[in-house]
Design a protein around this ligand. Structure first.
Ligand code: PLP
Length: 396
């Protein structure tokens, strides 16, 4: 594996690289936005995919039991999350899975809580399903972001039926502690709130182990669906595969009936082969990846601290995404985005799309070669030096 290798992605229909014009009104930007990686997948995955290609027949297909067994074993090894393979239901992606969970377990007009700033499709999932969006903004403290349990309880009292938990949390990179998850579980039990726990970033944690919400929820009486996937961990998003785990077989049956009545198809043999190879043989690659990403994070943190002192980096405990606070530079949300695009030549995740609390922030994806991160940071530093007050400083 060579994480330093720069692999050209332009003109490959990559969202990150080939949708810049559409999203940022310029093609000529340094892309650090979409949450995928610019790295090649482990060789073991390429070999498994090659075998599928070499077979050459792509007729109707179903996921083998061995896939569920690999998932069971991975969850057990990595997170002490003990499940039975029968608890797993496949869906082509976590976003479609959440859509079907909302459809199955809530009705039109029901309240669904999300904790903002958060992965922005959560807003659309609630609104497009004609459910009521109930926001519980995270508390932004000097020590980092925390959940606001008092306000959450108010939202639950307002009749919330479901909570979409993001664990680890994109974009702020928090890995929720056991204490936080227990407080959450207590409230969900008290108000009978269904929890959809989106744990797609579970493998991307820098210290300790991911704690699945299910391992906490088993001590409470809570309806829960846990969404996971190998896609963030091993850069397989285009192969479209995720899975939902149910602790309750009645809930599982309802969800399966929803998928059936909506004619949701299965997953492809490429998804099966890549996930099996990843979970069976991908651990050494993943450990090296995490160390590499951590170096990128430390680099960004150090450079920003030394060269853009008013800008604050929220060092992620998990995810390869860095939430950066530009508010002290005095921009409005619109002028910050303009500055990042036009002066720094950067396409970062623009903070306001993650909710109004994201205004004045931007999200930088550092799952890319170090040289790419260095160029991104260089652009930030150059743009910062040209800010009027810094010109005054440098000439005085
Ligand atoms: C929290 C979260 N959930 C879901 C997704 C997307 O999942 P999928 O591609 O499986 O729909 C992302 C991608 O960035 C994410 O960050």
């Amino acid at each position: 594996m060579n994480f330093d290798e720069e692999i050209k992605r332009k003109h490959t229909h990559s969202m990150k690289w080939d949708m810049l014009q559409e999203r940022y009104e310029s093609d000529d930007l340094w892309a650090m936005w979409v949450a995928d990686m610019d790295f090649k997948v482990p060789q073991e995955i390429l070999d498994a995919l090659q075998e599928v290609v070499d077979h050459g027949v792509f007729g109707y297909h179903f996921p083998p039991d061995s896939l569920k067994e690999e998932i069971r074993s991975w969850l057990d090894r990595r997170f002490d999350y003990a499940i039975n393979p029968q608890q797993i239901v496949f869906t082509p992606g976590v976003v479609p899975a959440i859509h079907h969970l909302i459809q199955t377990f809530t009705n039109e007009g029901d309240g669904i809580v999300i904790q903002t700033p958060v992965y922005y499709p959560f807003f659309a999932l609630v609104k497009e399903n004609n459910r009521k969006l109930l926001e519980n903004p995270l508390t932004d403290e000097t020590s980092g972001f925390t959940m606001n349990f008092e306000h959450l309880e108010e939202q639950f009292k307002n009749g919330a039926k479901m909570l979409i938990l993001c664990s680890p949390h994109n974009p702020i990179g928090r890995v929720w502690t056991e204490e936080e998850q227990r407080r959450l579980a207590e409230l969900c039990e008290k108000y009978g709130v269904f929890v959809v726990s989106d744990e797609i970033h579970a493998d991307l944690i820098f210290k300790g182990k991911h704690l699945p919400f299910s391992n906490v929820a088993r001590d409470y009486s809570i309806n829960l669906a846990t969404c996971m996937a190998p896609s963030k961990t091993f850069n397989l998003a285009a192969l479209q595969m995720s899975y939902v785990i149910f602790d309750d077989s009645t809930l599982q049956k309802s969800y399966e009936a929803q998928l059936k009545s909506n004619f949701v198809g299965g997953i492809s043999p490429f998804a099966v082969a890549s996930c099996e190879a990843a979970y069976r043989k991908g651990e050494p690659w993943l450990e090296k990846l995490l160390a590499y990403i951590q170096e990128n994070i430390s680099y960004v943190k150090k450079e920003i601290k030394n060269h853009l002192p008013e800008v604050t980096v929220h060092e992620p405990e998990g995810t390869y995404l860095i939430w950066i606070d530009f508010r002290k530079l005095g921009f409005t949300s619109t002028s910050l985005q303009k500055w990042l695009r036009e002066e720094a030549g950067l396409a970062l995740g623009e903070g306001h799309v993650f909710g109004k609390e994201g205004s004045g922030f931007a999200r930088m994806n550092v799952a890319c070669p170090k040289g790419h991160v260095e160029e991104g940071v260089r652009r930030l530093k150059e743009a910062y030096k040209k800010l009027p007050k810094h010109q005054e400083h440098s000439s005085s």
